[in-house]
Design a protein around this ligand. Structure first.
Ligand SMILES: Nc1c(NC[C@H](O)[C@H](O)[C@H](O)CO)[nH]c(=O)[nH]c1=O
Ligand SMILES: CC(=O)[C@@H](O)COP(=O)(O)O
Length: 162
């Protein structure tokens, strides 16, 4: 039996232009996500001059800023960070759902990784747990995913439909 062909991204030579788009809402949590993302990028060899941070008011505004970044800055990857914490009304569903659906569509539309580091949680405690304490750091995870996808897409041929 022929060996199976396997292609995956690595974390070698992943330098490139990374743009972190940050929703400022719940900044006491989001600041830790940004710190985790930047630390991950620089520790894997991304030049700090190739890391750009764009701030928006909240998660609802992330997709529009991501779209403009993709259009104008031509990044190798975007890392979307934010913290959507459920409150007392259905607003959570619309903000979280709208943001996640839109940023996923944008990565497909622009053929560019948009890593999802937007927390969608039930409580501040859950947010804190995922911003560098007992449940890891979703900013770090999003940066790792962004770098791996940059590496993978560089290894994959570009189809004629792109
Ligand atoms: N409640 C949260 C929000 N709400 C604000 C929206 O994102 C948006 O800025 C506003 O509706 C104006 O358009 N944003 C978060 O990022 N996290 C939340 O928990
Ligand atoms: C995600 C939200 O918009 C939410 O945190 C706002 O809180 P509330 O639903 O109590 O207005």
């Amino acid at each position: 039996m022929q060996p199976l062909s396997q292609i995956e991204g690595t974390f070698v030579d992943v330098d490139g232009r990374y743009v972190i788009v940050v929703g400022r809402f719940n900044h006491h949590v989001v600041d830790s996500l940004v710190e985790g993302a930047v630390d991950s990028l620089t520790r894997h060899g991304v030049d700090v001059e190739n890391i750009h941070i764009v701030h928006v008011p909240g998660a609802w505004e992330l997709p529009l800023a991501v779209k403009r970044v993709l259009n104008v800055m031509k990044p190798d990857a975007v890392i979307a960070l934010g913290a959507v914490i459920r409150g007392g009304t259905p607003h959570f569903e619309y903000v979280a759902g709208g943001c996640n659906t839109a940023i996923n569509h944008l990565q497909l539309e622009f053929d560019t990784p948009v890593a999802n580091g937007v927390l969608t949680v039930e409580s501040i405690e859950q947010a804190i747990e995922r911003a560098g304490t007992k449940a890891g750091n979703k900013g770090t995870e999003a940066a790792m995913a962004a770098m791996e996808m940059v590496s993978l897409l560089r290894a994959l041929p570009v189809g004629d439909s792109q």
